[in-house]
Design a protein around this ligand. Sequence first.
Ligand code: C5P
Length: 200
Amino acid sequence: MRLTVAIDGPAGAGKGTIARALAARLGLGHLDTGLLYRAVGALGGDPVATARALRPEDLTRDDLRSAAAGEAASRVAAIPEVRAALLAFQHDFARRDGGAILDGRDIGTVICPDAPAKLFVTARPEIRARRRWLELGGDTAPEPFEAILEQVRARDARDETRADAPLRPADDAVVLDTSDLDPDTAIARAESIVRTRLGL
Ligand code: C5P
């Protein structure tokens, strides 16, 4: 069996933290597929041409984690030709020797539908917005909590309602709600689910 782990979910649910920890514990490669869309958005130009010309070095730009890059990513991610142009990169990564964890929005549904282990990591919008607000400095954050909550809801709506590869759990994904879990507990639950699915 190929060791492929698909982790999907909305922004701020903790899927990146979980994916990184599981990759280290299980010795698997890790691809944060959001970086592909962030890089396309940040590089600018015609998004389809930019996606077709994307190089691995583009994923290491240091401006990809900003809120603006996240917004730009979510806009270019709604373009079917952009998604199609990024397929081969993701498939190649998923097939690498030794196994791989990919995290994103459509890994379990579109990119790796045959992955033996699929997690859908989620949390209530208020909780995800609060995590983001604290990350930005809490009371000293450049934007009030309400504005961040509004952005979280808008990005969810765009990702969930787009026609191509909308954000939703695969039928065979295990849903993990991290709203009331600390990171260590969330990672431990995810590890146990994935080990069972992979037979490790
Ligand atoms: O996960 P991250 O916040 O980095 O993703 C940024 C945006 O990229 C998401 O809001 C989503 O629109 C898009 N994305 C996607 N499919 C993926 C990963 C990210 O559409 N597999």
